[in-house]
Design a protein around this ligand. Structure first.
Ligand SMILES: *Cc1c(COP(=O)(O)O)cnc(C)c1O
Length: 472
């Protein structure tokens, strides 16, 4: 299978090449040239499969023989062995025909483990085959960094450097990264904010001459196709658990970068009977404004109680636009040039199609606290603030009570205790309790931390990286 750029001017790549590539050379994002599809009979034959078996079935056609079946099975087995629940992605009922899909059973308590546990083992396999070593470099404001580190810590062919803004991530999030003491894991606390971290990473990708011979940087943010691909699987898993493919299911997805909800859209295009897809945003609502008012414009960043969705621009939206504009790369180039001014408008046809595919919703912090408290009082179920936004969106935008509505729980509530504490103060009668960390993390606050504080100076960061790599 070939992968092509959304902007039409970069060379097509094979599966293995696309996993290593990151952004396309024309600035676009890679997507499959043709999407594999499954018949209803084929999907029906998967009823009762384990998560891992299903992952193999869904991922297999994208790989198209580049990796042998048994090797792919091995990669999948390793990826999900670290999850704490045998179902991998368990469903919990929280209302009439309303379900929460718990995607936080992985090592770092957020859904990003689904993609990054898989990606780490996939990369390591590809690199061993090519006798190559790479450097993973990424910036994080929290969840991505710890999930990437957990995904790569046991990989022999990867050194990973994660930059976080010094003293600006939560204690839980920092400790999840800095207490991993594998000798291929390097945490950099940069004196700056998240944007400074991200700019440093972008500049490093542009000019990689600071790396020793033969090494290249690899991106593990959601522009990496393999991450999106791994996320398609849990939509199939939830649907099959709730009677699919013989009946439709709907999904509500708390989203920032449009990665997770884009995977849902792909599942539908691949043949999974999905009735409704709800885009749930916090007050950083560019996606909601775009769907509701054709207002795709950059606004100032709001610091919300759901920080993993605090974005100004949703990078994966370009992958949807590519389809909405009939896969014409030149059209996407024109749109993205228009957007450099901070604003772009979708054509009538594209907007109509987008509205047929998605409903959208925005929830501010105050309403998020209400939902957390109300859900605990009515269902005895504690949700994290990201998940709360998805549940609120589902309840507000739902078309049909007969179709099961699945709300994605993207993080464990103990990962974002601040929201729960605030909700408890605001709603004293809800009797909210402080969530505790799962047992594998009970000693997180007594583990030794290891990280390097560096100035926002690219030469200093590059010198640190190349010096750290010399060891072998
Ligand atoms: C990353 C993240 C999101 C947003 O995911 P996207 O793929 O960017 O849409 C939502 N919730 C949590 C907890 C996250 O870590």
């Amino acid at each position: 299978m070939k992968f092509i750029s959304t902007r039409g001017d970069a060379p097509a790549l094979s599966f293995e090449e696309v996993v290593l590539a990151g952004l396309a050379s024309d600035g676009g994002l890679y997507v499959p040239e043709t999407l594999p599809t499954f018949s209803q009979a084929e999907i029906a034959s998967w009823v009762g499969s384990s998560y891992q078996e299903l992952a193999f079935n869904v991922i297999h056609p994208f790989i198209d023989g580049e990796i042998a079946d048994d090797d792919l099975k091995g990669i999948i087995a390793k990826a999900y062995v670290t999850f704490r629940h045998d179902a991998i992605a368990p469903l919990v009922q929280t209302g009439h025909n309303e379900w929460v899909l718990e995607l936080f059973q992985g090592p770092t308590l957020a859904f990003k483990d689904f993609a990054l546990q898989f990606l780490g083992h996939l990369l390591d396999f590809i690199l061993a085959k090519r006798n190559q070593k790479v450097v993973v470099m990424g910036a994080t404001s929290g969840d991505t960094g710890s999930a990437a580190i957990e995904g790569c810590r046991r990989c022999e062919n990867i050194d990973i450097f994660i930059l976080h803004p010094y003293q600006r991530v939560s204690d839980v999030q920092r400790r999840q990264m800095t207490t991993v003491t594998a000798d291929n894991v390097f945490n950099i606390a940069l004196r700056g904010n998240f944007d400074d971290c991200q700019n440093m990473v972008k500049a490093s990708f542009r000019d990689q001459s600071f790396l020793p011979d033969g090494r290249q940087l690899v991106a593990v943010n959601s522009i990496n196709w393999a991450r999106i691909m791994a996320q398609i699987v849990y939509y199939f898993y939830a649907s099959l658990a709730l009677g699919g493919p013989h009946r439709e299911v709907s999904f509500s997805v708390p989203t920032g970068n449009f990665g997770d909800i884009f995977a849902a859209y792909l599942a539908k295009k691949m043949g999974l009977p999905i009735e409704q897809l709800v885009i749930a945003t916090n007050s950083n609502d560019i996606l909601h404004r775009c769907i509701a008012n054709n207002d795709h414009s950059k606004q100032n960043l709001h610091q919300s109680l759901s920080p993993s969705m605090d974005i100004m621009v949703s990078s994966n939206f370009e992958r949807l636009l590519f389809d909405l504009y009939d896969r014409k790369g030149a059209e996407i180039q024109r749109l993205m040039r228009e957007f450099e001014s901070g604003h772009m408008s979708l054509s009538d046809a594209a907007l109509t199609d987008a509205r047929a595919l998605f409903s959208s919703f925005k929830l501010d912090d105050d309403d998020t606290l209400d939902l957390v408290a109300q859900m605990y009082a009515r269902n005895g179920y504690l949700v994290d603030p990201h998940t709360a936004i998805g549940v609120a969106a589902a309840r507000s935008e739902r078309h049909s009570q007969e179709t099961p509505m699945v709300c994605l729980a993207t993080a464990h509530p103990a990962k974002f205790p601040e929201a729960v504490i605030k909700a408890a103060k605001k709603h004293t009668n809800a009797q909210l309790k402080q969530p505790s960390l799962p047992s594998h993390m009970h000693d997180l606050f007594s583990r030794t931390e290891e990280y390097r504080v560096l100035d926002d100076n690219i030469d200093e960061v590059h010198a640190y990286i190349s010096a750290s790599l010399v060891r072998d």
